[in-house]
Design a protein. Structure first.
Ligand code: FAD
Lengths: 415, 1003
């Protein structure tokens, strides 16, 4: 595989860019793989990547019903942060964030990780106390955050209106090394690296059945035929319930539409990511100049990838309140994704009732930031058969034991 | 040059000159102009720079599809970036500035990108800027951000207002061309309620420009009379300046009306967002002409053929003196004919088809226009303005046959139906081979709740490009659209128009067909985002084969025009690069809105003070007048404290606490949730909701209760009073009132629907005032009317009576540990009661207190606060509240959950008091640490602080917290780090630090 560099670009420029390799191959499925991963979203691809990278398992297929990265990985608002409250969450999200720091170099693909800083506004006394608590927790967890006052908020983000009539900004939880990355590039970079290790990424291939015998998975049936495997990883986000049904077990997961929108591009005016949970919305500015905006989920289950417009209204209203200049911009595009929500709003990285089948899901509204860390932990689980410390708390058994990892404590919206 | 012609222009009023400025220059147009036509009339062809290469850009289109003509419009609070010149009506005093360049439009440093274009192909940024790592944040990204973006960021607050409208109609027709007019007419004749909307200021669409013959009269006449008929019908509403923005499930449509953009001085809202529920939706949104891909097709002066015609016919504006027409269909001949008829020169029509011989072709020839068939453009000459074209054979590789000097090019690559709205909500498309276009597949429409299609597409949007077919289609569809039983009554004959013969178009995706790489690197697909034919081919070569991958990799179609001109051309290039037929490659998803709509309109009127409903207690005015500082709690604003002159908020809190403990404090408790639960099954219902037994509560008594989620976590608490045999009054927390009401309804409606229980939220029906402190009884006795003695009204009882002449319910409950009465009166009499309490209380030392004093006092008593001691992960057992959990009940919400292994684990964090060794106040949110680190390298924690205050009563910091096996470790000293790393030593103590015996409760 040709490496990407300024030099390579210069060389190719002279011959009309005719010499670039394919970023990934599009092979037909083989009859058997050591490991099959269902779902070529960020989490599925990262799982495959770390299986190869950390555990030397390379006879791997990643099976995708549409186009790789076309699920929530390609639809999200790309906020990356690790200022979570509960220890297990902070551990995996910080692991993930730290992997993002060097991901472009690791993959030789610029994923544009931009640690521009994430602030979560405190607009009620309750939030003030909540974020002070998170700051204390983060200090002990090794996550660099700070609680800052309103003047500092204004300094970091001049377009913010800090003394609005209803919910003046009282302070914020600030994570200077949080930020954003380019979502497509994360999927594409991992895909390219997986393909380079000899793994097969099989797109336009929908899994229709999970074949099993004596409590173990033997393979899958797909729209491109049957594929046998020794181990199966299910990493399909909003469709996890479906896959679990095929495998014969149930998940405590609901699928809901979550929407986002962007404005038309404008010149840079906002250098940080701002989340405002009391009014319920968040915003950042993409490198292209679009204001990237998101809010809440629908109140009902759904698979259509279309949400209810009143959520867009509420979100925009909340953000006009926070950033009055927004009123004179225009919405360019809105869309939705189907997010997989667990009861405690924390993910599942877990063995399943089928001995050689593993599942990774439940990232809900906030799993983009987790892609590298989740892939790392899932690969570890699949390679060794038992969860390591990063995944230990996220097993399915926690619902039976009542050992929830509830993050809604810290934030109404968890992106 | 582009200029205003001496005559013509059906939409302008030459008697009314209008002055405006562009980049500081004052220019003149006419009333009726768009900003685009006025700029062209002033020879301002170049009006912006492209996104990536900063190439010179001029107008290419005449309507909503325009990708290039974007300006910074207006000043100060009326400023708007990225305003599209083709849809901006001209008005006196309009100010516009070109965008995306520095220092000026003519000399733009960013244009250096264009010189390096070959180093910046699609996706170059994924391959570059990888090393060194820190450069991305500090150097590369800031540079990219600065050169990207288009318009400036608005600086001022928006001075305009916006609003939302709702409409419910039988039939919504989107698009006011002849198809839309006819469809509306046919639908309206059946008696249906019809709303017809049109995005521009004018009716008739393309037919108004081309003026074909309809029913034997000029189209203009037909349009006029049809409009008059529609206007006269009571069941029809017509709106122009209103764009159908999006279609959603179940017949929900969104439209965006621009009320004052064309006349900013008009009072009233600027934009209006319409939320429309329609039984049937007919989209008659027309078609958009496609550009052709030839080298230099992005040079200012190259326009769509139809746009050139629009400028001539509508505004009397010519884009150039000498216009070469290049086409693959007959329609562009109309432009050539219109140009010649306007006295302009058409040096040649280059028709890529080997043969074409319809009436339009003959007419052009008869006018003396040179028609070259099988020919195309090898290359456009000129940089900031077209200076000529090089001609080549379409079938060849681009060898130049001849050069023709010209200053404009009119191109036409065929037409694409506007299928956006149809597709927003799941309508499917089919590929029409003959016309080389995607059109709606009527057999796979968006489905409504009844499983039936609810959208129909008519006219050009449905793939009919000729007048006669358009009208017939519209009349038919509208008949079918209206309810089946009305079909007989359906309306009138369809109008007739004769469609002259035309030679079929021939798809041309590359010009010339065998163009070299060098040429393909100069063929633009997406003008705004700078995506070229070579970019899409590169994407395909690199494996970005899915249409979505190719789009995202190249950014094709992701600019502010959302690919209205580029999508199909790009798709065709991708399809041929992949050697896959177009329909198998498929389209990208169409997403609302059709064209960008203002955030202001989406937000509507709810901003600033109206942002959210402000809930006011009956005493709010008094609090405001008496210097309260407020904190938002839900949608209420509760007094936090009442600082006096010279007092800090902290001082005020201390004073309020001391005064309440020593004399009397008055608290506005009206925000407390009050839910009436009534009915034969109410007792049984409450026994399920609360952890203890409420059915056994005698009338006249109060009981403290806890509510848990089905997962066992404590979600709310409060005092329940039994009002009568079948009626209970449940107090909830302020923040919990609506949530708990919904929780109750959820269980009643989804699980226990057969139980006879009615719940009413009466929170706002009552004012509730807490009269607290050792002299509370004396004050109430002073007011008189109710026996509030210890014997008549013991703790946890309530009584009804007339207090100070006001009917009242008085509860003997306490959240402070002091003697305390909560008096509830009808909301309308709350202020009267408060005023009496303040007046009569003065002599006894009564003062109001706010939420912070309330918190301090409850913490001194070790009372828990929902949201402080609880956070959604805490069960009542953690808080030592076992006494409030019935052991006898077979079930209550949360019971089963609380039996799960982790919940029943003795190793849980449990509530204790924390007394700092040195009396300091522990910071909010601090944790207690144990030894070492866990498996993930995180410091081990053994507890956390849930409430922490300075206690004025004890003169030192007090706190409560949840600590691992806390109650078993009384007296132990634990370490609590501050954020700076310093350690606070705190002793584990009983949470009740004041009046442990509870002697003060009775006064
Ligand atoms: C609007 C929105 C905004 C968001 N914002 C953020 C944010 O700011 N920050 C953040 O961290 N997170 C955010 N998220 C969440 C984040 O996008 C997801 O948690 C994350 O991308 C999930 O990745 P994934 O790989 O698990 O799922 P996906 O990317 O959805 O991948 C799952 C894949 O499985 C495939 N699949 C499904 N069924 C089958 C089958 N039967 N056979 C084969 N393949 C199948 C799907 O096609 C899909 O490609 C947001 C989500 C949305 C929708």
């Amino acid at each position: 595989m040709k490496r990407y560099s300024v030099l390579a670009i210069a060389r190719e420029a002279l011959r009309g860019h005719l010499g670039w390799d394919r970023a990934w191959a599009s092979p037909a499925p083989r009859a058997h793989y050591d490991v099959v991963i269902v779902g070529a979203g960020g989490h599925g691809l990262a799982t495959a990547y770390y299986l190869g990278k950390n555990h030397g398992i390379r006879n791997v297929a990643i099976v995708e019903k549409g186009w790789l990265g076309g699920g929530n990985t390609g639809r999200n608002t790309t906020i990356i942060r690790s200022n979570y409250l509960q220890d297990p969450s902070a551990a995996i999200y910080e692991k993930s964030r730290s992997l993002y720091e060097t991901l472009s170099q690791e993959l030789n693909y610029n994923v544009m990780f931009s640690p521009r800083g994430v602030m979560m506004l405190a607009q009620t006394q309750h939030e003030v106390r909540g974020y002070q608590r998170t700051a204390h927790a983060n200090a002990l967890q090794g996550v660099a955050t700070a609680y800052i006052g309103p003047q500092k908020v204004k300094e970091l983000c001049p377009i913010i209106h800090i003394d609005g009539p209803r919910y003046p900004v009282l302070g914020a939880l600030w994570q200077p090394r949080g930020g954003t990355a380019r979502h497509d590039a994360v999927a594409w970079g991992y895909a390219r690296a997986c393909s380079d290790m000899g793994m097969d990424i099989i797109q336009q291939c929908e899994v229709t059945a999970v074949r099993q015998s004596q409590g173990r998975v033997t393979g899958i049936s797909t729209t491109k035929g049957d594929i046998a495997c020794d181990k199966l990883g299910i990493v399909v986000a909003g469709h996890s319930g479906e896959l679990a049904r095929m495998a014969g077990f149930r998940l405590p997961v609901e699928s809901l539409a979550l929407q986002a929108l962007v404005s038309e591009p404008i010149k840079p005016c906002m250098d940080v990511v701002v989340m405002a949970n009391t009014v319920h919305g968040y915003m950042s500015q993409s490198d292209k100049g679009e204001m990237v905006i998101g809010g809440g989920t629908d109140g009902f289950n759904n698979f259509t990838q279309r949400g209810s417009f009143h959520h867009i209204e509420e979100t925009v209203r909340a953000l006009i309140e926070t950033f009055p200049m927004l009123s004179r911009l225009k919405m360019l595009r809105q869309w939705g994704g189907i997010v997989d929500m667990t009861g405690d709003r924390s993910p599942i990285i877990s063995p399943t009732p089928l001995g050689n089948c593993f599942i990774n899901c439940g990232w809900g509204t906030g799993g983009f930031k987790a892609i590298p860390g989740s892939g790392w932990a899932m690969a570890d689980l699949m390679a060794r058969g038992t969860p390591g410390p990063l995944a230990a708390a996220f097993g399915l058994d926690r619902f039976r034991a009542g050992r929830f990892i509830d993050e809604s404590v810290a934030a109404g919206v968890a992106h | 040059m582009s200029t205003r012609l001496a005559t013509g222009g059906r939409l302008i009023d030459r008697a009314r000159a209008v002055d405006f400025t562009f980049n500081g220059k004052t220019l003149r147009g006419f009333a009726g102009d768009t900003l685009a036509s006025a700029l062209l009339a002033n020879d301002q062809m170049m009006i912006g720079r492209s996104f990536k290469y900063h190439r010179p850009r001029g107008v290419v289109a005449s309507g909503a599809e325009e990708p290039n003509g974007l300006v910074n419009l207006g000043l100060g609070p009326a400023f708007e970036p990225n305003a599209r010149v083709t849809t901006t009506a001209l008005f006196g005093g309009l100010t516009a500035e070109s965008q995306n360049h520095w220092p000026s439009l003519e000399f733009d440093i960013g244009a250096i990108n264009s010189a390096f274009a070959r180093f910046l192909p699609a996706g170059f940024y994924y391959k570059m800027f990888i090393h060194p790592r820190s450069f991305w944040k500090h150097i590369y990204e800031p540079f990219i951000r600065q050169s990207a973006g288009l318009g400036r960021a608005p600086k001022n607050r928006d001075a305009d207002s916006y609003e939302h409208f709702h409409a419910h109609v039988d039939v919504l027709v989107v698009g006011g061309g002849i198809a839309g007019l006819q469809a509306a007419l046919s639908a309206a004749r059946t008696g249906a309620e019809v709303l017809l909307i049109e995005q521009t200021a004018h009716w008739g669409g393309r037919a108004a420009v081309d003026d074909p013959v309809i029913d034997g009269t000029p189209a203009a006449y037909w349009i006029k009379t049809t409009l008059q008929t529609l206007e006269s019908m009571p069941n029809v509403r017509l709106r122009n300046h209103m764009m159908g923005a999006g279609l959603y499930d179940h017949g929900y449509a969104l439209a965006h009306e621009r009320l004052t953009d064309h006349a900013p001085a008009t009072p009233g809202p600027r934009h209006r967002l319409w939320r429309i529920r329609a039984g049937r939706i007919i989209t008659a949104t027309g078609a958009i002409e496609r550009p052709l891909s030839f080298a230099g097709n992005d040079v200012p002066g190259v326009l769509l053929a139809s746009a050139l015609r629009d400028y001539i016919v509508n505004y009397g504006v010519s884009a150039g003196d000498r216009t070469v027409v290049v086409t693959n269909n007959d329609d562009a001949y109309r432009t050539a004919i219109a140009l010649v008829q306007a006295g302009l020169i058409v040096p040649a029509i280059l028709d890529a088809r080997p043969q074409a011989d319809g009436p339009l072709v003959r007419q052009a020839r008869d006018l003396g226009i040179r028609v070259e068939q099988g020919r195309g453009i090898a290359k456009v000459q000129g940089r900031r303005r077209v200076t000529g074209v090089a001609i080549c054979a379409q079938a060849g590789e681009g060898a130049v046959l001849e050069e023709i000097s010209c200053d404009a090019v009119a191109m036409s690559g065929g037409w694409s139906p506007v299928v956006h709205l149809w597709s927003h909500c799941g309508g499917k498309l089919i590929w029409d081979e003959e016309q080389a276009m995607f059109r709606p597949d009527a057999t796979r429409p968006p489905l409504g709740a009844d499983g039936q299609g609810f959208v129909q597409v008519v006219g050009a949007a449905n793939g009919h490009l000729r007048t006669g077919a358009v009208l017939a289609d519209a009349a038919d569809a509208a008949d079918a659209a209206v309810l089946a039983d009305a079909a007989d009554a359906a309306g009138g004959e369809a109008p007739v128009a004769q469609d002259a013969e035309e030679t079929p178009m021939a798809p041309v995706w590359l010009m010339p067909q065998g163009a070299s790489l060098k040429l393909r690197q100069k063929m633009w697909l997406d003008f705004q985002n700078d995506v070229k034919v070579s970019d899409v081919q590169l994407a395909a070569r690199e494996g970005y084969e899915s249409v979505e991958h190719a789009k995202r990799y190249t950014t094709l179609g992701m600019a502010t025009d959302q690919g209205k001109l580029s999508n199909i051309n790009g798709l065709a290039v991708l399809s041929s690069a992949l050697n896959t037929p177009i329909p198998q490659v498929g389209t990208t998803t169409f997403r609302p809105p059709y064209t960008p709509i203002s955030m202001g309109a989406i937000g509507g009127a709810a901003r600033d003070a109206l942002f959210q409903p402000l809930r006011r207690t009956p005493l709010q005015d008094w609090h405001e007048a008496h210097g309260a500082t407020f904190e938002p709690v839900g949608q209420w604003r509760r007094p936090y404290a009442y600082p006096r002159a010279g007092e800090s908020t902290h001082d005020a809190v201390i004073r309020e606490v001391k005064n309440t403990r020593q004399a009397i404090g008055l608290l506005d408790a009206s925000t407390l949730g009050k839910l009436i639960v009534k009915g034969p099954d109410a007792g049984r219902f409450l026994d399920m909701l609360y952890t203890n037994v409420m059915s056994s509560l005698p009338v006249g008594r109060c009981r403290y209760g806890l509510m848990c989620s089905d997962n066992g976590f404590l979600i709310d608490d409060g005092v329940v009073a039994r009002l009568s045999d079948d009626t209970w009054l449940c107090h909830t927390t302020t923040g919990g009132a609506d949530r708990i009401h919904a929780h109750m309804e959820d269980w009643l409606q989804c699980e226990w629907w057969e139980w006879q229980v009615y719940v009413a939220n009466v929170t706002e029906q009552f004012a509730q005032i807490a009269v607290v402190g050792p002299k509370a009884r004396a004050l109430l006795e002073k007011l008189g009317g109710v026996d509030v003695s210890k014997a008549a009204l013991p703790f946890m009882h309530w009584a009804e009576g007339t207090l100070a002449g006001i009917p009242a319910r008085i509860f003997r409950i306490s959240f402070s540990g002091e003697l305390s009465y909560e008096v509830a009166v009808a909301a309308g009499q709350g202020r009267a009661l408060w005023d009496r309490l303040v007046a009569e209380g003065a002599a006894l030392g009564a003062m109001p207190y706010g939420t912070e004093a309330l918190h301090v006092m409850r913490a001194e008593k070790g009372y828990i606060m929902i949201g402080d001691e609880t956070d959604g992960t805490v069960i009542p057992q953690d808080l030592g509240l076992d006494w409030a959990i019935s052991k006898k009940k077979a079930d209550y919400l949360g019971k089963r959950a609380q039996e799960r292994s982790h919940m029943a684990d003795p190793e849980r964090w449990t509530l204790v008091g924390l007394e700092t060794v040195d009396g300091a106040v522990i910071p909010d949110g601090a944790y207690a640490v144990g030894d070492g680190v866990n498996a993930n390298g995180q410091r081990v924690t053994i507890g956390r602080v849930t409430s922490t205050y300075y206690s004025p009563t004890l003169g030192r910091g007090i706190a409560m917290g949840l600590v691992l096996r806390g109650p078993q470790r009384m007296g132990e000293v634990i370490d609590i780090p501050r954020l700076d790393g310093s350690i606070i030593k705190a002793r584990i103590v009983d949470p009740v630090v004041y009046d442990k015996a509870g002697e003060r409760l009775d006064g």
